[in-house]
Design a protein. Structure first.
Length: 133
C-alpha cells in the first residue's frame, strides 16, 4: 500500500497488476491527482487494458487545482482507450449519476457500489478476470 503525498489517497493492494485500486480518504489535492495519474499512466503503458477501483471511504471533494491539472486531464483522456472496468465504491449521489452516464456514452464499463458493498466490488472485479487478454 502506498500513500499520496498529501495523505488523502492511498493505493490499495490489488490481486492482479492490471487492476489499480485507490482509496480516497479526504479532500483530493493537486499533488494527489498527479500521483494517482502517474500510477495510472504507468499501468496503461504496461497493460493495454486495465480495471480501476475507487473507494470513496471519506471523500471531501477536490481542490480546484486537482480538477484542472493538465497532466491528470491528459491521462484521463487517454484512459478511455485503456480502462475496461471503472468501479466506484461509496460515490456521492451526484457522482453516481455522472459515472452511470459516462458508462453509457464511453467504451468503459462502469459500476457503482455502496460503501458497505466494498467486498462485492472486489468480488465483481475478481470474477471479471484479467483486463488484458
Amino acid at each position: 500500500m502506498q500513500t499520496a503525498p498529501d495523505g488523502s489517497v492511498i493505493q490499495r493492494d490489488a490481486p492482479r497488476a492490471d487492476l489499480i485500486a485507490f482509496e480516497i480518504k479526504d479532500r483530493i489535492t493537486e499533488s494527489d491527482t498527479e500521483w494517482m495519474s502517474a500510477i495510472t499512466d504507468d499501468a496503461m503503458k504496461v497493460h493495454d487494458k486495465i480495471d480501476m477501483l475507487l473507494i470513496m471511504s471519506n471523500y471531501e471533494g477536490s481542490d480546484l487545482g486537482a480538477k484542472f491539472d493538465g497532466y491528470a486531464n491528459e491521462v484521463k483522456a487517454r484512459s478511455v482507450a485503456h480502462i475496461r472496468k471503472y468501479v466506484v465504491v461509496g460515490a456521492p449521489l451526484f457522482a453516481r449519476a455522472m459515472i452511470t452516464l459516462s458508462g453509457a456514452v464511453m467504451p468503459v464499463e462502469t459500476k457503482t457500489f455502496d460503501l458497505a458493498e466494498e467486498a462485492a466490488a472486489w468480488a465483481y472485479l475478481t470474477e471479471a478476470g484479467p483486463a488484458t487478454t
